[in-house]
Write a protein that binds this ligand. Structure first.
Ligand code: UD1
Length: 422
C-alpha cells in the first residue's frame, strides 16, 4: 500500500488544472447502457473509481476504450451480454448501483448487488429502489442482490423523494428517459453533476426539463442515440486545491474553476479571510492578510456547502483564529479525519454530527492514516502547512478521487512524494 510523504514548507504558488468531475463521470458512464450507439466522454478524470466503473460496464457487455491517456472514454453498448452487476465490483464502489436504472430501462431486467456498508455511514439504497418501483419495476431482494424486472417496460410516474439523494435522482433520471409517458422527479438533487447528466442525456435524444431545480420532468422516448460529451469540472477537486493556498499562504490559480460550482464554499472562504478572484482561466485564490478566521459550516445538498469538502475545510480551520463549528448533515460518521488531525496537534471535539475546532497556531507533522477519500486529502492539506514531516498511509482512498496529487501540488512548490508500498 502506498503512502504520501509531505514536508511542510510554507506558501504555494502556481496554477493547478482541475480535472473533470469523478462523480459526474461515474453517472455519465452508465448512460451508455441506455443506447446501442456510441457514447464518448471527454475531459474524463483518470482515477481508480473510473476504471472500476469501466470494468463493471464491460462485465455487462459494453465496450469501454480509454483514449488520450484516459482523458477520453469511448463507450458502446451495442449488445448487452449480462444484466447482473456482480458483488465483487459493486462492493468496491457504491456508484456501481447507478447501472440499475439504465439496465432496467434498456433490458427490462437487472440484478444489482446491494453495495453494503461504507466507511461514512450506513448509506442505504431505499430511495433508488422506491424510484424504480414507482416506474413500475417489480423488485425482489435475494442473496444480497436486488432483482428488478419491468415486463412491458417502465412507465412514467411521479417520483417524490422524501429526502434529497444525488444517486437516486441520477438512477431515476436515466431510467425515466426510456419509460413510457411522463415522469416527474420531485425533491430532485440539484448538483452540477445532475445538470451535466441531463445535458448529456438530452444530447442523446432524451426529453428532459428542469434539471438544476427541485423538479425534473422527463418525457420518455423510444430510443436514445449516441453523443460526445465533455465532463463538467470537478467542484470537489476545485474546492480542495483552492484550500491549498488558503492553508499554506501564497497564490494558486485553479484552472477551469468557476464560482457557480462552489458558491456556498466561496462564501465561507471569504468569511475566513480568503480571497477568490475569477480570472479568464479559472479562480485565483490567496489569503487576504494574517491568520485565517474561524467560521461555522453546515453541510447541505447543493447549492449548500458540500459534504465532500467538509474534511478539507476542517483542515483549514485547525489553524484559524478562534473556534469553528462544523455540522455534518448529510452523512453520519463523517468526522473520521478529526482524530487523525488531532495527532497533528489540532484541537477538535466531536459530538455526534458536530465538530468544534479550536484553532491552534501550528500543526505538527505525524504519521496519520487515510480513512476515506476526502479525509485522506484533508490530511495532505493539513500536512502542507504543518511543521516537519507527515506520512499519510492508506492512500488508495486518495487514488479513487484525485489524479496526480503529488504532481499538481509539487508544481506549486509543495514538497510531497509517494512512497510505494510504504
Ligand atoms: C453522492 C456522491 C458523494 C457525495 C454525496 C452527497 C457520487 C458518486 N457520490 O453520493 O461523493 O458525498 O452524493 O453529496 O456522486 N440516502 C438514503 N437512501 C438512499 C440514498 C441515499 O437514505 O437510497 C441518504 C444517504 O445515506 C445520505 C443522503 O441520503 O445520508 C445523501 O446521499 P446521496 O445524495 O444519495 O449520496 P450518493 O449519491 O451516494
Amino acid at each position: 500500500m502506498d503512502s504520501i510523504l509531505v514536508r511542510g514548507n510554507g506558501p504555494l504558488n502556481g496554477s493547478i488544472h482541475i480535472a473533470g468531475a469523478k462523480n459526474a463521470c461515474l453517472a455519465l458512464m452508465p448512460a451508455t447502457l441506455l443506447s446501442d450507439e456510441p457514447l464518448t466522454l471527454t475531459n474524463a478524470p483518470r482515477l481508480s473509481d473510473i476504471r472500476t466503473m469501466a470494468l463493471l460496464l464491460q462485465s455487462l457487455g459494453a465496450e469501454v476504450t480509454s483514449l488520450q491517456e484516459g482523458k477520453v472514454l469511448a463507450m458502446s453498448s451495442h449488445d448487452l451480454t449480462s444484466h447482473t452487476a456482480d458483488y465483487d465490483i459493486v462492493r468496491k464502489m457504491r456508484a456501481s448501483f447507478l447501472v440499475l436504472g439504465p439496465l432496467l430501462a434498456r433490458a427490462g431486467e437487472a440484478s444489482v448487488s446491494l453495495p453494503g456498508g461504507c466507511a461514512i455511514g450506513a448509506r442505504p439504497v431505499d430511495l433508488h429502489l422506491k424510484a424504480m418501483e414507482a416506474l413500475g419495476a417489480d423488485l425482489e431482494l435475494r442473496d444480497g442482490y436486488v432483482h428488478a424486472k419491468a415486463q412491458g417496460g417502465l412507465k412514467g410516474a411521479v417520483i417524490d423523494f422524501p429526502m434529497v439523494s444525488v444517486g437516486a435522482t441520477e438512477n431515476a433520471l436515466m431510467a425515466a428517459t426510456l419509460a413510457k409517458g411522463t415522469t416527474e422527479i420531485r425533491n430532485a438533487a440539484r448538483e452540477p453533476e445532475i445538470v451535466d447528466l441531463a445535458r448529456c442525456l438530452r444530447a442523446m435524444g432524451a426529453r428532459i426539463e428542469g434539471e438544476g431545480s427541485a423538479t425534473i420532468t422527463i418525457e420518455g422516448v423510444d430510443r436514445l442515440g449516441g453523443t460526445t460529451h465533455p465532463v463538467v469540472t470537478d467542484r470537489i477537486e476545485l474546492g480542495t486545491y483552492m484550500l491549498a493556498p488558503a492553508i499554506c499562504g501564497g497564490q494558486v490559480e485553479c484552472l477551469g474553476g468557476r464560482i457557480e460550482l462552489v458558491g456556498a464554499f466561496c462564501e465561507k472562504l471569504d468569511a475566513a479571510g480568503i480571497s477568490v478572484e475569477e480570472t479568464e482561466r479559472g479562480l485565483k485564490v490567496a489569503r487576504k492578510n494574517g491568520r485565517v478566521g474561524a467560521v461555522d459550516v453546515k453541510t447541505e445538498p447543493f447549492p449548500g456547502f458540500p459534504t465532500d469538502l467538509q474534511a478539507q475545510m476542517m483542515a483549514l480551520l485547525c489553524t484559524a483564529e478562534g473556534s469553528s463549528v462544523l455540522e455534518e448533515r448529510i452523512f453520519e460518521n463523517r468526522f473520521m479525519h478529526a482524530p487523525e488531525l488531532t495527532r497533528m496537534g489540532a484541537n477538535i471535539e466531536v459530538h455526534g454530527g458536530h465538530a468544534t475546532v479550536h484553532g491552534v497556531e501550528k500543526l505538527r507533522g505525524a504519521r496519520v492514516m487515510a480513512t476515506d477519500l476526502r479525509a485522506s486529502v484533508s490530511l495532505i492539506l493539513a500536512a502542507l502547512a504543518a511543521e516537519g514531516e507527515t506520512v499519510v498511509s492508506r492512500v488508495y482512498h486518495l487514488d479513487r478521487g484525485y489524479e496526480r496529487v503529488e504532481e499538481k501540488l509539487g508544481a506549486c512548490g509543495a514538497l510531497i512524494e509517494r512512497i510505494s508500498g510504504g
